[in-house]
Design a binder for this molecule. Sequence first.
Ligand code: SF4
Ligand code: SF4
Length: 403
Amino acid sequence: MEPTLNRPLSTAGADPLSACVHCGLCLEVCPTYKLTGDENNSPRGRLRIWREESAGKLGADPETDFYTSECVGCLACETACPSSVPYGEIFEKTRHMHVASGRFRPKFELRVSAAAVRHPGLFNLALAPARILRNLGLLPHRFFFPGRPAVLESTAAYAHRLSLLRKPSGPRVALLTGCLMEAMFREINFATVRVLIENNVQVIVPQDQGCCGALHEHTGLGNAETLHARNREAFRVSNIDCVVSNSSGCGYALAKTMNGTPPVRDVLQFLGEMGIKPRSTSRGKARVYVDLPCHLIHGQKVDGIPPSVLDATGYEWQLAPCAKDCCGSGGIYNIQKPENAREILAKKSAFLNDAEGEPVILATSNHVCMMQWNSANSLVERPFQVRHIIQLLDPGEDALLGS
Ligand code: SF4
Ligand code: SF4
C-alpha cells in the first residue's frame, strides 16, 4: 500500500473539529494524558476546548493556552482515531494562531534556530566549531550523542566523490540531508550514502535543498512556504525514482511539501523493499533495542522498520518495550517542556536498566529522537549507546572502497 505521507492528509471535510465522536480511544495512547490523567490534557479534551473556542462558547484563556502548549505533537492520537480526525493539522493551525496572537511563545533558542535554518550555508558555517568539538568528543551536552562528523566535506561532496569511485548503476535517488542533521550529525548522512552506494543505488544530493520546515511547523513560527518552495524546486531532479530521508520527522515534512511528486521514502523502507546486502561481521554479545519514531509510524504511517533491514545489521535485535510510544522528544518538546519530556522518557527508558547484551544499543531512525534518548544516560544506571539504524548497516569507507 502507498504510504499515507504521499497523499493529501486531510480526510475530515470542511470542519475537522467536529469529526471527533468522543469515543476516547485516543486517550490511552496520549503521553500527556498518561502522565496526568487529566481529560483536558488529552486529544479529546484539547479538541473539545478548541471546538468550544471556535464556536464562541469559550473565551481565549490561560487554561486553553496551557493545555494546547502541553501537547507533544506525537500524532499517536491520529493513528488510534477511528474517525480519522486530522489532529496534526488542527494542532499545527492552532499553534500558528497562538503564536501569531502572542498566546504561545517558543523558547529563545527555538526562535533563533528557526531563523538560522532559513540560511543553510550560514547555519552550516556557524556550527563548524561545534562540529569540530563534537568530532573531538569535547561537546558535553545531554543531547549530543557521540559521533565524528566531517568538519569541511559536505554530504553532497562526499556522495559525489564516492560515486565516482564506485560507479553505482541501480535505482537513482535524491537524498534529503536536513539542516541540523547536516550541520551537527552529518556522519549519519555519510553512513547513509555508503549504505546506498554499497547496494548499487545512485545517490544525488541536490545542493539547493534547505530546511524541510518541520521546525517552523512544530513551533508555529512563521510561514514555511518559502522553505517548501525551495525544496520543491531543488528536488525536481530529473530521472530519480524517489527522494529518500534518514530522519522520519524531516521526511514527513518534506513528503507533505512534495505531495507525491517525486515520492518521498524513508531510506530504511526503501532499502527493505529493494533488498539489502547483509553485514557479515560478528557482533558478539551486543543487543540492539529498536525504537520507532512517532513521525515514522504516526506521521508517515508506515508499520515500522522492515525486519529484513534489521536482520541485515547482523545484530541480535528486538523491539524496545513500548517501541510505539513517544520518547518525549516531539521535535521541540524536550526543549520547550523539558520536565514533561524527561518524565515521559524516564518511564520509557527504565527497561534499559535490566536490558540484556554487552554493549546495549538503542537504535532508532530520527536524529531528534536520538538526542532525546542520549539524555536518558543520566536516568539509566547501566551504560548504553545510541545509534541510527543506518549506522548499524554501514560497511565503512575502507571496506566499501576496498571491496
Ligand atoms: S499529539 Fe500526542 S500528545 Fe498531543 S494529543 Fe495527540 S497523542 Fe496526545
Ligand atoms: S479517538 Fe478520535 S473520535 Fe475518538 S475521542 Fe479521540 S479524537 Fe475523538
